[in-house]
Design a protein around this ligand. Structure first.
Ligand code: PSU
Ligand code: MN
Length: 299
């Protein structure tokens, strides 16, 4: 799989200038509601540019794998989409899907194929609660382990089994680095109550860690907590997350539909509160990702 690069991204890569890859699920109808999705895309792109990097949204458009889009094409990713995990890329190309929205697993693989080593997202998938029975483990985890890319995220949402998610990263050999923070963040909240194995204090440390990993094809997960002023109340969220999981079970949702269903329920139940939090953390992740990309490009 070779992505088609936008002219701007191709020029940056040719010159050794830093690029930050982005996913498209979060900006599509599968992710944030309109018009917050547009604001998220604008704020994340601006944060990456302000940090001295070129933003590169990943998507499948008209059956073509893309890395970096024009402004006009950004419009196309704000609408209805089909979810594309890494394994679905080949299907989306062969069947010429109009718009396949990339998840973390797809975005990381496209970034690596295009020569981009930093990827910014909101939250990653993880090991689902009850995975010992359902086997539901997000493809994001193995993809992060398989490509030489730094994934920058605000951890994972607490509807997942976060202790098992961290154990899984240990098993598959992914360094989990806490950005100036000792706790694994739970997306809307700064701490899941679980410690990250390692902390980093500067982007140059992340660049060093990527350089020194023992396997050529191993990614790094950098977890950045949501900014303090944007954090939501953990106790209030617990009830919402628990109800979302009960609703998911009752509706007998399975497979790739689980995460979008649960995210939709959380969005409805938290109404206006979760959207500003989501925008703030996504923008913050993009800003940190740009710092890391600059550190990698200048070593
Ligand atoms: N978690 C979030 N927001 C998201 C997703 C997960 O808090 O938008 C999306 C991302 O695109 C992620 C995908 O890669 O869901 C994971 O889906 P699954 O659990 O089916 O692997
Ligand atoms: Mn799944």
């Amino acid at each position: 799989m070779k992505p088609v690069l936008s002219a701007e991204v191709a020029a940056a890569i040719a010159d050794g200038r830093p690029v930050v890859a982005m996913e498209s699920t979060i900006y599509s109808h599968l992710g944030l509601p309109s018009p917050a999705n547009r604001e998220a895309l604008d704020r994340c792109s601006a944060a990456i540019r302000d940090g001295g990097c070129v933003p590169a949204v990943t998507a499948i458009l008209d059956g073509v794998v893309r890395l970096g889009l024009t402004d006009a094409e950004h419009e196309r990713i704000l609408g209805p989409a089909r979810k594309v995990a890494e394994r679905d890329i080949a299907v989306a190309v062969a069947q010429k899907w109009d718009f396949g929205a990339t998840t973390v697993s797809a975005a990381v693989s496209i970034a690596a194929a295009g020569g981009v080593s930093v990827f910014a997202t909101g939250g990653i998938g993880g090991v689902h609660r009850g995975a010992e029975l359902t086997g539901d483990i997000s493809a994001d985890l193995d993809a992060i382990a398989s490509y030489p890319v730094v994934t920058v995220s605000a951890g994972a949402k607490a509807f997942l089994d976060l202790p098992r998610t961290l154990e899984y990263f240990e098993t598959i050999g992914v360094p989990v680095l806490g950005w100036k923070h000792e706790w694994f963040p739970a997306f809307y909240t700064r701490s899941s109550g679980l410690k990250v194995p390692h902390q980093v204090q500067a982007a140059s440390e992340v660049a060093d860690i990527l350089l020194h990993r023992s396997r050529a094809k191993t990614g790094v997960l950098l977890t950045v907590p949501i900014p303090v002023e944007a954090e939501l109340d953990a106790a209030q969220l617990d009830a919402v997350l628990a109800q979302a999981l009960v609703d998911c079970e009752a509706a007998r949702i399975r497979g790739a539909a689980v995460t979008p269903f649960v995210l939709g329920r959380i969005g409805q139940a938290t109404e206006g509160r979760s959207v500003p939090a989501n925008l703030a953390l996504a923008e913050n992740n993009a800003r940190v990702a740009a710092e890391v990309a600059v550190a990698i490009a200048t070593r």
